[in-house]
Design a protein around this ligand. Structure first.
Ligand SMILES: Nc1ncnc2c1ncn2[C@@H]1O[C@H](COP(=O)(O)OP(=O)(O)OP(=O)(O)O)[C@@H](O)[C@H]1O
Length: 317
């Protein structure tokens, strides 16, 4: 369990994180989402004791991270894929981490196999692709077999097979009862990975809920119906105050009534239903709607690539 309590971080005039409170529970993959510059990395660094909060606190398993001895046994983290020394081999990098944390050497081979880097174990990290460095960072996070794992933008640089693999890995880790927090600035990445979301913008909490709850906030929740008598059902539902769209054939899309309500009305009027399915609103829609007001850096026509803030996360204090 990770508990973040009224966490605030200021860099001079910039408030990177502002009074953030949320809990990340075991047994779930929790997506940590926000536009560029929202404060995700800063928050993760404070959870890991790498940045000191201006105020507030963060604990892992009820204890500030810094007070955990042999840190890798308690928390595994992928923060920056580039943090392995380029002159070291993958195996040497992991062996040094294992030794520093009092972990058995045998774990090195196990995690190399787990992330698919066995073949590259004796190559220098300097020659690794970004995707390989991400895999190495994930191997380091897994080394201590920790109950809590944090991954900052882990999908960066992975190919489609790698993305599929990493999603499966996160789900397995959560399935084993671990606490898994994964950051991204893209909802599309989280949609198939996370089952809960913590969404922030400009350092402030926007949402802390399940994917379904978040999607419902985007509006557009509807009910799909197929029926033997679409014209009759459309009339009944419209009379009840719903908006009904005829989708051709026997299909209708209904907004403004729950699936249960549609089912009950059809039953009362003896209208046969062939399908009745609630559809949640789009996650992407909800994300855009709720974070637009909180986005620091947005593309303009002159700057179509958008601006990555001059953010350096190199602070160690
Ligand atoms: N060391 C620092 N010194 C000054 N400002 C900083 C520092 N680190 C972060 N910031 C600022 O804090 C804010 C939050 O940055 P942070 O990197 O935490 O955001 P993020 O959500 O991880 O963004 P991204 O998705 O772009 O990685 C930004 O405005 C950034 O410029």
């Amino acid at each position: 369990m990770i508990e973040v309590n009224a966490l605030t971080k200021r860099y001079g005039d910039v408030t990177a994180v502002n009074g953030l409170t949320f809990t990340v529970r075991p047994g779930h993959v929790t997506g940590f989402l926000g536009p560029n510059g929202a404060g995700k990395s800063t928050t993760m660094r404070m959870i890991l004791g790498l940045n000191r909060p201006t105020s507030g606190s963060a604990t892992v398993g009820g204890v500030p991270f810094a007070r955990h001895g042999a840190g890798l046994r308690h928390v595994g983290a992928l923060l920056d894929a580039g943090d392995a020394h380029p002159g070291r081999t993958a195996r040497a990098h992991l062996s040094a981490l294992a030794a520093g944390n009092g972990l058995p050497r045998g774990r090195v081979g196990e995690v190399l196999a787990e992330v698919g880097l066995e073949e590259a174990a004796r190559r220098r990290v300097g020659g690794f692709s970004l995707g390989m460095r991400q895999r190495l960072g994930i191997a380091a996070a897994l080394l201590g077999d920790p109950p809590v794992l944090l991954f900052d933008e882990p999908v960066n640089g992975l190919d489609p097979e790698g993305v599929r693999w990493v999603r499966g890995l996160f789900r397995r880790l959560a399935g084993e009862g671990r606490t898994v927090l994964v950051s991204s600035h893209l909802m599309s990445e989280m949609e198939h990975t996370a089952d809960r979301l913590v969404v922030i913008g400009r350092g402030e909490l926007i949402a802390d809920e399940s994917l379904a709850e978040f999607a419902a906030r985007g509006g557009g929740a509807s009910v799909s119906v197929r029926t033997a008598d679409p014209a009759e059902l459309a009339a009944v539902l419209t009379q009840e105050g719903a908006a009904v769209r005829r989708d051709g054939g026997d299909a209708l899309t209904v907004t403004g009534l729950s699936a249960a309500h549609v089912g009950r009305l059809a039953h009362e009027r003896h209208i046969q239903l062939r399908e009745l399915a609630p559809r949640t609103g789009s996650l992407e829609q909800a994300f855009m709607r709720l974070t637009t007001a909180h986005a620091d850096y947005r593309a303009t026509p002159e700057d179509a690539e958008g601006v990555r803030a001059g953010a350096s996360t190199g602070e160690a204090g």
